[in-house]
Design a protein around this ligand. Structure first.
Ligand code: 11C
Length: 362
């Protein structure tokens, strides 16, 4: 079977990478539609060396489409994913819009591919900072259990989109030229105040909730529980996060403290052995040779890089590690295309009968 594929949000930082990852994938593509807002319609992009004109997305754009890879943001996916499913297309959605819906599997193929079988037409791709963490934690949990996670993130500017990445470059150029830095996007477009990221750190990603945690931090908590424990409110594990934006263009870093089951007997060497064989993981861990993951080396790669694996010195069965991945690839475009590849391999590119109504809200 060959597939008619649409990419929704084709012109953004993730969209252009979705095109590249799809070009390199094993999915047999019969034809491709590149869809975006009216602002980007009319642009010409390429797919496998052929020019493709970007079209404005409308509900009818999905007529005859089998598979949609969506990265146009939450409101775009809220509007168009149900329209696509209604027309028989399966949607792999990179936005946060559908992730917590009980009818929507939230998938990282290395971790919970089996959940794909329950899909009702929409499959959600998790937040970038969640994906790389669960890729590293899942093989450890499988052998030694997991009861607690405390993560601090060091997130790249491109996580907030092409314009935030450009803002970092402009601020850096301005500062280097002795001029004033001008911020109008970060930490988050809708915020009252904007601060420069260049030569700085911003302990705010997305908006603050009433409880003092940011939306990004809550995403990491709920998504980790849903992916690894099957329930966004699971009490089987305690998860907390502090998310920080750093002046790096591409590649999120994370320090992850985690507790395995009491009495698990795990050693750092055991965990290194597991991680060295785990799918999607590259272990880079040799302090003597100063070998550890760095965003600059992860850029353009599909894997999650893990290093600095070491025991906590005070708590039994507890460890620390450093996890780095390209937030635009494993954190977004590659994980999305990887999900689509698995759907194709498992012959799951079909909308179950009666499922389309589940997502129609109005
Ligand atoms: C960031 N993690 O770095 C965010 C971007 O829910 O897919 C990804 C937002 C999402 O700003």
């Amino acid at each position: 079977r060959e597939y008619s594929v649409a990419i929704l949000g084709a012109t953004g930082a993730v969209g252009t990478r979705l095109i590249e990852q799809l070009e390199q994938s094993t999915i047999p593509v019969k034809n491709i539609k590149l869809l975006a807002s009216s602002r980007s319609a009319g642009k010409t992009l390429q797919f496998k060396g052929t020019d493709v004109v970007v079209e404005e997305a409308t509900p009818e754009s999905f007529d005859g489409v089998d598979l949609v890879l969506a990265s146009g943001g939450g409101s775009v996916s809220a509007r168009f994913a149900p329209e696509a499913v209604k027309r028989g297309a399966v949607v792999v959605d990179n936005s946060s819009q559908w992730r917590m819906n009980d009818d929507v599997p939230l998938i990282v193929p290395e971790v919970n591919e089996a959940d794909l079988k329950q899909h009702q037409g929409i499959i959600a791709n998790p937040n970038c900072s969640t994906i790389q963490m669960v890729v590293a934690l899942a093989p450890i949990k499988a052998k030694y259990g997991l009861t607690r996670v405390i993560v601090s993130t060091y997130q790249a500017a491109s996580g907030a989109g092409q314009s935030a990445w450009q803002e970092l470059v402009s601020e850096t150029d301005a500062h280097n030229a002795g001029k004033e830095m001008h911020a109008e996007i970060l930490p988050v477009k809708s915020a009252k105040h904007h601060y420069p990221l260049a030569y700085n750190l911003l302990p705010q990603i997305d908006v603050f909730e009433e409880d003092g945690y940011t939306h990004e931090e809550w995403k990491m908590i709920h998504e980790t529980k849903k992916i690894m424990f099957g329930d966004k409110n699971s009490k089987a594990v305690k998860v907390t996060a502090t998310a920080v934006r750093v002046p790096v263009p591409i590649g999120h870093g994370e320090t992850v403290y985690f507790e395995t089951d009491a009495g698990s007997g795990a050693t750092a060497a055991d965990l290194q052995a597991i991680l060295s064989e785990a799918p999607g993981v590259v272990l880079e861990d040799n302090p003597k040779e100063q070998l550890y993951p760095q965003p600059i080396n992860a850029e353009g790669k599909r894997e999650t890089f893990v290093g600095r694996v070491r025991p906590d010195l005070e708590n039994d069965d507890s460890f620390h590690m450093w996890v780095v991945s390209d937030n635009l690839l494993k954190g977004a475009a590659w994980n999305t295309v990887q999900i689509a590849e698995r759907l194709v391999d498992l012959d799951l590119v079909r909308v179950p009968e009666g499922a389309a109504n589940k997502f129609i809200t109005a």
